[in-house]
Structures are given as C-alpha cells and as structure tokens.
Design a protein around this ligand. Structure first.
Ligand code: ZN
Length: 293
C-alpha cells in the first residue's frame, strides 16, 4: 500500500510508478471511519491497514483524482517526535572524519517546521554552506517501547524518501555541534512523495538510494550498508523513548556529501537537487538565494 498526504488529506495512491498516479481519499471511501488527515490515519494504523487490504484499489481508482505533486505534503507532517541518525554508513563516517559507531550512532532531531512535501524551493540562508544528505525515512505505525529487534519491522507504517538538508556553518560552528538547528532551516526536511508499506518491497533492508545535482550523480548507496539498519535503530531508540504512531526516523546518509569532498562543495542558487529511493519515488528541490542577502 502507498499512502500520501495530499492537500492535508490522507489518500491511497493507486498506479504508483506509472507516472499517472491517482489519489483515493481515505475519509471518503471509508465513509468517514478514517482520516480525514494523515495523522488521524497513523493513530488508527492497524485498523486502516486491515481495512485497506479488503479494498479493490483498481475499482476505487475510478473515483480518484490525478495527483498534483505540488499539493503533496510530508507523509507524516506533524510527528510527535523526529529522530535523525548520524554516521550510519561506514563510508559516510569515514568521509566525515569519524570512526564508525559501534554502540549507538549519534541521534539528533530535525524540527518539524522544516518539513515539506517532495517538490519545493529551498532558500539558501545568507552566508550558509548548504549540503545534501539523501536518506531513507521510516514512519512508525504503533505506540510502544522496549521493542525487540526481531519484531521491529512490524512497528513501521512505511518508508519514504527524505533529504536531511544541512547548513554546515551553523552546524559546526561550536563550541559543540549544533545539529538540530543547523538542519532545520525552512524547507530543510523535504519528504515523500508518499509512504510505502514494508510489504511492498522484495527486501525493505536493501534499497538503492541516491541524489543528483543538475543531473550529476553525487550520492548513490544501498540501505543494506546501514551500520544500524531500521530494525536495530527502532530497537535501540525504544530502549530509551516511547515511539508513537507518525514518529519520523531519518536513518542516515551514505557517502558523497559536499562537506566531505576535496574541495568542499555546497548547493548554489539555481541548482536543482533530485533525490530518489528505488521502489518509493523522487524528491525535487530547487535552491534560491536569500532575497535579504
Ligand atoms: Zn543526515
């Protein structure tokens, strides 16, 4: 199942990957039982998936509408908690000048005010060095703590594409790294285009992901190389905190970010960043200068 946040309403996505995706409004076809917004759908996730499995999506598509990507929001736009994970691929830890984590990778947050849907224009803060980090994003589907690694995937509502856009000057200025704010400027957390449930993948632990700037490939990796894969991350996080439906986890980025290059490279006004994960879809960000600069 694919589910999206279209114009602040929860929709089922039919025909994904065809370029002619259609949206079926969940509140309408469930006679008001679920929705209308996607946060309400996460709060009833088990019931929604059980209901959706019984629907004839192809028949429902006739009542759907064509998806206008400009109306797509982040698949979980108002999570109670956002977790972002650093140094979770060996090659990215190395390019960042750190040892790979063994106990637990660094965990920080991206504030939800930085969330947008898949297609957006992002302003480069004045004097900022804006970098790219394509990431697999997992959204939680039920409340729990002390989750066992072997059972962790059953706590995932779905997966989507995320960009952990990062402004390196403020992030690294010190005296200690300023991860949360440096990665939470307006528009710095685009996600989408929709959420794909784990059962849709042949192997949800091995997805290809990457990003390109104006057509030039800058990152390409596979999630099988995550040091802490989704199941391990969820188990580890849940030893400290309770996870809630709709919670968002940015799982970390593979090698190829701008700050790790020699010479370093950052996004410039006029450039376009396209990010993708196999079996999910694509994000498209256009960068513009700060008009106050
Ligand atoms: Zn990141």
């Amino acid at each position: 199942m694919r589910i999206a946040n279209l114009d602040n309403r929860a929709v089922l996505v039919v025909g994904a990957g065809t370029g002619a995706e259609r949206a079926v409004d969940i509140a309408t076809v469930s006679d008001g039982r679920f929705g209308p917004n996607i946060s309400a759908v996460f709060d009833a996730w088990a019931e929604v998936t059980e209901w959706a499995a019984k629907q004839d999506l192809r028949a429902l598509a006739d009542d759907g509408v064509d998806i206008d990507r400009r109306l797509l929001g982040a698949p979980s736009p108002a999570p109670r908690q956002v977790f972002a994970v650093g140094l979770n691929y060996h090659d990215h830890a190395a390019e960042s000048g750190f040892e790979s984590p063994t106990n637990l990778p660094p965990v920080f947050t991206k504030y939800a005010s930085s969330f947008t849907g898949p297609d957006s224009e992002v302003t480069i803060p004045a004097g900022g060095n804006v970098d790219w980090e394509v990431e697999l994003v997992a959204v939680i589907g039920r409340e729990s703590s002390q989750i066992d690694e072997s059972d962790a995937w059953s706590h995932v509502a779905g997966l989507t594409v995320g960009q952990d856009i990062s402004e390196r000057v403020s992030q690294l200025r010190g005296p200690a790294p300023q991860f949360g704010l440096g990665k939470s400027f307006a528009g710095f957390s685009p996600q989408g285009p929709w959420l794909v449930t784990p059962d849709e993948f042949a192997n949800p632990d091995d997805l290809e992901l990457g990003c390109v700037i104006d057509g030039e490939e800058v990152q390409k990796g596979r999630t099988r190389d995550l040091i802490f894969p989704v199941s391990k991350l969820i188990a580890a996080l849940s030893r400290t905190v309770t996870l809630y439906p709709g919670d968002v986890i940015f799982t970390g980025t593979p090698a190829g970010v701008g700050v790790g290059r020699d010479p370093q490279r950052f996004l410039q006004a006029g450039e376009q960043l396209d990010s993708w994960i196999d079996g999910i879809g694509e994000l498209r960000q256009r960068f513009v200068a700060d008009s106050n600069e």
